[in-house]
Design a protein around this ligand. Sequence first.
Ligand code: G3P
Length: 233
Amino acid sequence: MLTYIEEMIKLLKTPTIVLNVKTYSEATGKEAFDIAAIMSKVSRETGTSMAIAVQATDITLCAEKLDIPVYAEHIDPIKPGSHTGWTLPEAVKSAGAVGTLINHSEHRLILADIDVCITRAKELKLDHIVCSNNVATSKAIAAFSPDFIAVEPPELIGGDISVTTADPGIVSSSVEAVKNIDNNVKVLCGAGVKNGRDVTKSIELGAEGVLLASGIVKAKDKESVIRDLVSGL
Ligand code: G3P
């Protein structure tokens, strides 16, 4: 019989839409829960795969009552012990996360620490999306065989032009480079993704979904943006 975690990971099929809510006030605490609830509803209704990465303090709030996969935004390369103020992989798992982002552009790690984080995530069966800023970094990370690599050019993060329009080559080249190293690693793309057209384009470029933030978090009508994004899958 599958464990709860294994059941939830099964839900993150590709193509997928992953929302990272960062530390936006519009997505902290109850606001994070409300967005996760909309995603959970739309995901169920449309049969599409979506996940949400929330602040560590909001994992339990979102994971306890909703059936959408909840991710941590970060883990540190540590084991239980004396590491004050760090994020223990075991802790995010016991809080209810089924996965985690690693090495987001806004919380970068050195390569050796990315390796340890991926190893720790694998030990704990935590699904993991490792972010990269360019093709060379995507290649380096692919050598660790993570579940996902999400390529996001930092200069486009939070902007209005999607990576799929501003720099489509970084997506297709990352997919090609990663698949040449390990065909099992799935590639997502992100930065500036706002609508269904951007999602469709990401799939055309060979990605298996998108990682986005402000397009949903900053939207007035979050549900219609989520439905539009889903229409692009
Ligand atoms: O992790 C997603 C992210 O960095 C992209 O942010 O606001 O450009 O969708 P955004």
